[in-house]
Each structure stands twice: as C-alpha cells, then as structure tokens.
Design a protein around this ligand. Structure first.
Ligand code: SF4
Length: 341
C-alpha cells in the first residue's frame, strides 16, 4: 500500500447532487483551501510523520469529481502535484471520479501525472436506480469507463452502495456480479446512510425511503466480501469513514445502518459464520460440554471474538460448549480460522 497524502475537495466538480450525498459530512467538514502554500505544508507535514510507512508516496484528491473540475482548476491541482514530482517528494496520484465524462485529454492528464488508481463511483449497475438517485450516468457509461481506464493502464477501485432506494439484496448482489465481471482491482462498499441536508433525507422524512437495517446490511456486505474474495478482488473498505460529523454529537447520520466500525462488524460476522461451519463439521464438538480452541492470525483476534465477545458467547450457547478460546497464531493466514483438534 502506498503512503497516501489526502486532500478532500467536497463535491468540487459535481454539476449536481446525488440524492444521498453530503460530501461535507463524509469528509468531516474539511474546509481546507488548497493554495500553493497549504498544499506544500500538508505534504511536508505528512512526510515528516511518515516513518517508513507505505511503499511509495501518493497524493489523493477525494470527495469530489476530479474529471468534472473545470480545466483551470484541474490544471492548477495537477500543477501542484507535478511540482512535487520534480522535487521527488511524491511519486503518484489518486483521484475520485464519476464514470462520465472521460475524454482523451483527461485520461492523458491522469497518465502524465502518474495516476496509479482512480476511485470510481459506480454505486449500482441498475439503470432505474441510477436514475432515481440522480447519478447522471447509466450502466453503459460504467462499462465504457472501465474499458478506457484499463486501456490507459490505470487501476480501478469501484464503489458500490447497499440499500439504495428501490433495491434489496438481490439487486445489490446482481450489481456486484456485474462489476466483478469488469475486473476492478479493488472494491469499496458503502451502506446507504440518510445524511442531513440531502434529498434522501426529504424522502426519508416523508416515509418514501426506508433504510436497510444494520443486520441486513452486514449480512449482505459479508456475502459480497466473500464473493469478491473468491475472484481475487480485495474489498478495501466497507462503511463510511467514521468522523466527528457522522457521530452522535452532530448526528448528521439520521437514518440507515451507520456504525463507526461497520467494516469490522462485517468481518466479525464472516468469522462467526466460519467458526459455526467448523463446529458443525466437527462431530466431537456437537457432543456438547467441550472446550474448543480456534487459532487465528494475531491481526484478526478481536474480530473473531466479536464485539464484547459476542461471537464466542453466541457459539457457546448454540453448541452448548463448556468454553471457547481464540488463540493468536502468526502461522495462520489472515482470513483463516483453524479449529484445534
Ligand atoms: S458525484 Fe460523488 S461527490 Fe458528487 S454529488 Fe455524487 S456522490 Fe457526491
């Protein structure tokens, strides 16, 4: 993973608002004005605290539509980046884009500025949902964007949303399969949250939108994670990045399955299902009154135990166990769980 120096440009370049979006909230109200000076200072600050993190240093512009910035703004940002390439302080670029427009000039700019990856907002491949959420593109635009970005040699991290208006699990999983068939390099999956100040909030308040409940969202994301894993596509993030705008104090998330550790809850559910399958397969453990031990990678101990040891408590009850232990073992791969014989 590169060492990323992020610059948030909330909704810059967006010619309209997608009905669920309040980028000021999701970027924690960052009102960072990018100037020559502020850009350089942030880069220097990050470089000073890098301490060997990441295999290369990249600048990232998140929170807006980089491909819709007006040409002067885009040239200005890219000029700042190019200056740091010359000084050898950074080595690459990442940007958030929408599937349209992707003209030759823009792609050439991305390649020239060593763009290693774009965060591509897909959200769904269902055309009627794309119209309903006012994305301003359709599924054919997504397919075309994949083709053009791949031809340009730029990696793609595709964003999908679960719980969009009018969609249930079936539609979400269908979109997931379609996106995976386009071979993204990474995925990010966000549950649809009702944020203050959005058109979705109005629909929600009128009772025209019912958010997905958190258990359903966790279950679907767990399924999606495993489907993506099967075809070798890593899921980089599930859930919105927690921040002070989303938390209870400011309560910008007024409805929907928001949880500051949503991704961890999904991984914990996957671990629970794996342990249950292991116990089901183990005849001895079905005899009850036994203590069992699961060996996991040290990085996954906490998610395996579950929030407040909830996974272990549920399994103990379900299988009438005397006890269940989770032991850290560096020899076990991340995502693997071994039931000790
Ligand atoms: S394109 Fe992205 S940043 Fe712009 S309004 Fe839509 S979701 Fe928000």
């Amino acid at each position: 993973m590169p060492y990323l120096i992020p610059f948030y440009i909330p909704q810059e370049g967006c010619t309209h608002s997608c009905i669920y979006c309040n980028a000021n909230v999701t970027t924690d109200g960052e009102s960072f004005q990018i100037t020559d000076q502020s850009f350089d200072s942030r880069i220097n600050e990050y470089l000073e605290t890098r301490k060997g993190k990441g295999n290369r240093v990249e600048v990232a512009f998140y929170g807006g539509s980089f491909n819709q910035l007006n040409k002067d703004k885009r040239d200005y940002y890219l000029g700042l980046v190019a200056r740091h390439f010359n000084k050898k302080s950074i080595e690459g670029l990442r940007v958030s884009i929408r599937p349209v427009p992707l003209d030759e000039d823009f792609l050439a700019d991305l390649v020239k500025h060593k763009t290693s990856l774009v965060e591509l907002g897909v959200q769904t491949m269902n055309d009627s949902t794309l119209r309903a959420i006012k994305r301003g593109h359709d599924s054919k635009d997504v397919i075309y964007a994949f083709e053009r970005l791949k031809t340009a040699g730029i990696k793609i991290s595709a964003h999908l949303m679960v719980g969009l208006p009018g969609e249930e699990g079936k539609e979400f999983l269908e979109s997931l399969r379609q996106v995976l068939s386009l071979k993204p390099d990474f995925l990010r999956i966000h549950p649809t949250i009702v944020l203050k100040g959005t058109e979705l909030e109005v629909l929600y308040n009128k009772g025209h939108y019912k958010p997905m409940d958190i258990d359903e969202a966790i279950k679907l994301c767990a399924e999606a994670y495993l489907i993506a894993d099967e075809v070798g596509v890593p899921v980089l993030r599930m859930g919105l990045q927690a921040n002070s705008c989303l938390d209870e104090a400011q309560c910008s998330a007024i409805g929907g399955p928001y949880h500051p550790s949503f991704g961890e809850l999904v991984l914990s559910k996957i671990a629970f299902d794996k342990m249950m399958a292991l116990l089901n397969d183990s005849k001895q453990c079905n005899e009850g009154e036994r203590t069992v031990t699961f060996r996991v990678n040290p990085r996954t101990v906490s998610r395996t135990l579950g929030n407040n040891r909830s996974n272990i408590e549920k399994l103990t009850k379900l299988f009438k166990l005397k006890g269940a232990n989770v032991v850290a073992d560096p020899k076990i791969k991340v995502d693997e769980i071994l039931l000790e014989a």
